[in-house]
Design a protein around this ligand. Structure first.
Ligand SMILES: [Zn+2]
Ligand SMILES: [Zn+2]
Length: 265
């Protein structure tokens, strides 16, 4: 299919993708923008989390500048919000659970991820100002489980991109943005697709992007399954109240080009 830039998520358009799209439920991303203008609610220009009135980015994304110039991800694209307590947010935990792995959660998330990359991968690369990625990496989890990351185990076989290894540097398991937290395999000056299942503060994903860039990557695009939103958090409550589950929209993503921009690009 001409819309795809990942060889393994391409295929004859025999209706299979349409069937998969109809099975997806998610929480579509709100457009970025400063809140308080024209009474319009805002969301962070980077992660689409809640922002204070008048600010373009949330507090955490502002803190990521501490990682250093040129080291942040070129694009951060959450596929859906993950509102705490909803089935979608629960599936983000259950798909990788040791004690009670949930095959239905895995299937739902894998379908969402592959369909998104098939339909909107090009939007992500364009937003990042990069060519289609030549390598794949996954943000390591801090829990020290053996074996490959559950997200890599789940999606890796369908994304036939060479992997760039990322590991937690011993003794660097903090929660703050830290360019030394991860060690990245050195793998040439290409473009990397960096996947994560959840974005809470974004410190892990941005620290991983920084490690990849220090190891030579020219571009890093982060794709996240769920942008965490906690309705009990005072800052997040208005956003959580606005969100409702919705069917998947092939013509809409967090960085989808609007028609006026398509002529310029
Ligand atoms: Zn943010
Ligand atoms: Zn799109």
């Amino acid at each position: 299919m001409p819309g795809s830039t990942l060889p393994n998520v391409r295929g004859p358009d025999d209706g299979t993708w349409a069937i998969l799209r109809r099975r997806i439920w998610m929480y579509p991303l709100e457009p970025p923008g400063r809140s308080g203008r024209l009474g319009r609610p805002g969301s962070c220009a980077v992660c689409r989390g809640p922002v204070r009135p008048g600010y373009a980015r949330c507090y955490q994304c502002g803190q990521h500048d501490l990682l250093g110039p040129g080291l942040l991800a070129d694009a951060v694209v959450p596929i859906s919000y993950a509102v705490k307590g909803t089935a979608f947010a629960v599936s983000l935990w259950r798909y990788k659970s040791w004690r009670s792995p949930d095959p239905a959660a895995r299937t739902a998330l894998l379908t969402l991820l592959l369909t998104f990359l098939h339909d909107h991968g090009r939007c992500v690369w364009r937003h990042a100002g990069m060519p289609a990625p030549g390598r794949l990496a996954v943000v390591p989890t801090g829990c020290g489980r053996p074996g490959p990351h559950p997200l890599l185990a789940m999606a890796g076989p369908y994304l036939r991109l060479p992997r760039t290894g990322l590991a937690i540097r011993p003794g660097e398991q903090g929660r703050d943005p830290n360019p030394d937290r991860f060690i990245a395999e050195r793998s040439g000056p290409g473009a990397v697709l960096l996947l994560d299942d959840s974005w809470v503060s974004g410190a892990s994903a941005q620290s991983a992007a920084a490690a990849l860039k220090r190891a030579g990557a020219r571009h890093v695009a982060v794709v996240v399954l769920g942008r965490h939103v906690d309705p009990a958090d005072r800052m997040s409550a208005p956003l959580a109240a606005r969100l409702a589950p919705s069917g998947y929209d092939q013509d809409r993503c967090a960085v989808h080009p609007v028609p006026a921009q398509q002529g310029i690009a």
